[in-house]
Each structure stands twice: as structure tokens, then as C-alpha cells.
Design a protein around this ligand. Structure first.
Ligand code: ZN
Length: 339
């Protein structure tokens, strides 16, 4: 495998569950967590412990019983949230506290009604508090892509000094474009003096259909953790689809020069499980996991694939755990396929 490893932070159980109509019960979340371990993701974000008693119990159940993966819990930047998150997480294997605070002026002015100085203070105090429990701490600058970049740099530098070991730069509203997102990551890498002491992460939303493209661009620019969900479920138009990101990195290793530790043969099973549990089925033409993703209907394509699969397939279906045939007989099929 070439280049650096990209940390896959799966948030299907947290951001994914925020998809309208996708709520999951404790058993369903646990089953999905077991499948995420089979996929070999690096971090599972299991929920937002302070959000409800149910959410707390789900995170605790996963942290208590799931092994071979780091379990993360989300919290706002205040002591109570952090204490409750740690209480849910503490029995996990190297559990991660994930604290977030908005940095954009629009969120500061209308949502938080705080000044930049107050935000900086609150972020540092919260990370220092979390550091009493663990050194596995992630800080997210909510709405980072619409924030003043120099302010984000200042906050990231301060929280790394306070003990954050991952700093996440979320495109909370799905507003960024790939070249812009890459430039933002490059700017942070060049400007934050202690960035070598933390992993720079991205968390993209798909409002403009660019979550996967933005994540790939960010990785090329130096990001080393990608937050994503199975089938791309999540708030509004969803998050970076893990299967698309992982298979793009693998298929275009020649351009990406990074790798993930995901066991891709488990992708199809994971996708089906998420669809079944949430009732959110992927559209047939969805990349990688759609029902038609590996089907060839036109006679010319079928003839090619039967002679040599790679004429029209850039991914071997078995790489994502599919074993069935890839030819469908339709009105565009030819004699060769019929035979
Ligand atoms: Zn999100």
C-alpha cells in the first residue's frame, strides 16, 4: 500500500442518524458497530451522549462491549457535556472525546452570541477539561469553511497546545468547492506552527454533491482523517459516502498516494445493513453500492465485459463483496450476452 494511512472516522451512528427518519435503536446501533469493526474503520462516532438518555445508553453500550476500534462521543464545549460524554465512553478502547464549537462569524453572531475572544477561551478551557480524562481528544471548528481562516488557525493552535490531538475542519453546510477546500487545508498546514502535533481532519457535507470530491481534495492537500458515513447518510443531503471515498482512494492509488485500512469486501454488507436498519435505500445508480453500479445493459458493453472485464469495469465487484453476475438482459443487449 502506498503513502500515508488515512484515518477513517465513521459517523454513521451520529451524523448518519441525524438523517430525517433514520433513527436507530440500541440493538440496531450495536449491530452496525459490529459491522463497522469488520470493515476495519479506525474510529466509530457512536453518538452525542448528552443529547438524550437513549443516546447516552447507545454510546455506553458500544464503548463497553465493542473492541478493536476507537469509539468517539460528541459533545459541545462545556464541562457538563464533556463529563457526560466521558462517562459514556470511559470503558472503551482508547475512547475519544469529540468537542465542537462554531468559529464562523455568522454562528457567533446569531447562534452563540459570543465574541471571537470568548470562543477561543471556551475552546481552550474545554479541551483542558477533556485532557483530564484522555489524550485522545478531537476538536471541531463548526462551520469552519465559512469562518475567517486566520481565526481558525488561532483556535487550532491554541487547542493543540491545550491537548487536542485531532483538529477537524468541517464543511458543516456543504458549501466548499474542491479546489477551494484543498487551498484551505494547505493554508492551515502552512500557517499553524504546532500542526505536526495533531491530525488534521475533514468532515464534508453533500449539499452541492461535492462531499466525496472535497474530501479527496483535502487529503491531497494534507488532511489525514476523513469523517464519513455508510451510503453517505447524514444531515440534509448527507455526508461523505465512505464507500465512495475508500474506493476512489483505492482505484486511483496512482494519483492519491495514500491508503485506508478498510476491508472493502465488507462494503456491500455494510451498505445493505444501513439500508435495512434505517429504511433509507440507495438509488440504483448510486456509485459503488447502487443496485446498478456493476450492471451492463448495452450490447456493446456486455460484449466487451464478457471478452475482458476491465473494458468497462474499473472496480472488480468482488472487491466490495459482490459475487453475482454483472450482465442484465434488456432491450439494448446483444446476441453474445444472451448466449
Ligand atoms: Zn456533520
Amino acid at each position: 500500500m502506498s503513502g500515508d494511512k488515512i484515518i477513517i472516522f465513521d459517523t454513521t451512528l451520529r451524523d448518519g442518524e441525524q438523517s430525517p427518519g433514520a433513527s436507530m435503536n440500541m440493538q440496531e446501533k450495536f449491530r452496525l458497530a459490529q459491522q463497522l469493526v469488520k470493515l476495519n474503520v479506525d474510529v466509530i462516532e457512536a453518538g452525542f451522549p448528552i443529547a438524550s438518555k437513549g443516546d447516552f445508553d447507545c454510546v455506553k453500550n458500544i464503548a463497553d462491549h465493542i473492541r478493536d476500534v476507537r469509539v468517539a462521543g460528541l459533545c459541545r464545549c462545556n464541562k457538563k457535556d464533556i463529563d457526560v460524554a466521558w462517562d459514556a465512553l470511559k470503558n472503551g478502547e482508547d475512547p475519544r472525546i469529540h468537542a465542537f464549537l462554531a468559529t464562523s462569524d455568522i454562528h457567533l453572531k446569531y447562534k452563540l452570541k459570543k465574541t471571537r475572544e470568548q470562543i477561543l477561551e471556551l475552546a481552550v478551557a474545554s479541551i483542558k477539561h477533556a485532557a483530564k480524562y484522555t489524550s485522545n481528544i478531537e476538536f471541531s471548528a463548526e462551520d469552519a469553511t465559512r469562518s475567517d481562516l486566520d481565526f481558525v488557525c488561532k483556535v487550532f493552535e491554541a487547542v493543540i497546545d491545550a491537548g487536542a490531538t485531532t483538529v477537524n475542519f468541517p464543511d458543516t453546510t456543504g458549501y466548499a468547492m474542491p479546489d477551494e477546500h484543498a487551498a484551505q487545508i494547505k493554508y492551515l498546514m502552512g500557517k499553524i506552527p504546532n500542526i505536526d502535533k495533531a491530525i488534521l481532519s475533514v468532515h464534508c457535507h453533500n449539499d452541492l454533491g461535492l462531499a466525496v470530491a472535497n474530501s479527496l481534495a483535502a487529503v491531497k492537500a494534507g488532511a489525514r482523517q476523513v469523517e464519513c458515513t455508510i451510503n453517505g447518510i447524514g444531515e440534509r443531503a448527507g455526508n461523505t459516502a465512505m464507500e465512495e471515498f475508500v474506493m476512489a482512494v483505492r482505484t486511483r492509488a496512482d494519483l492519491m498516494d495514500v491508503h485506508t485500512k478498510v476491508v472493502t469486501e465488507q462494503i456491500h454488507t455494510a451498505s445493505r445493513l444501513v439500508s435495512t436498519i434505517t429504511g433509507m435505500f440507495v438509488q440504483p445508480n448510486k456509485a459503488i453500492v447502487g443496485a446498478n453500479a456493476f450492471l451492463h445493459e448495452s450490447g456493446v458493453h456486455q460484449d466487451g465485459v464478457l471478452k475482458e472485464r476491465t473494458t468497462y469495469e474499473i472496480i472488480n465487484p468482488s472487491d466490495i463483496g459482490l459475487s453475482k453476475g454483472n450482465i442484465v438482459l434488456g432491450k439494448h443487449s446483444g446476441r453474445h450476452a444472451l448466449k
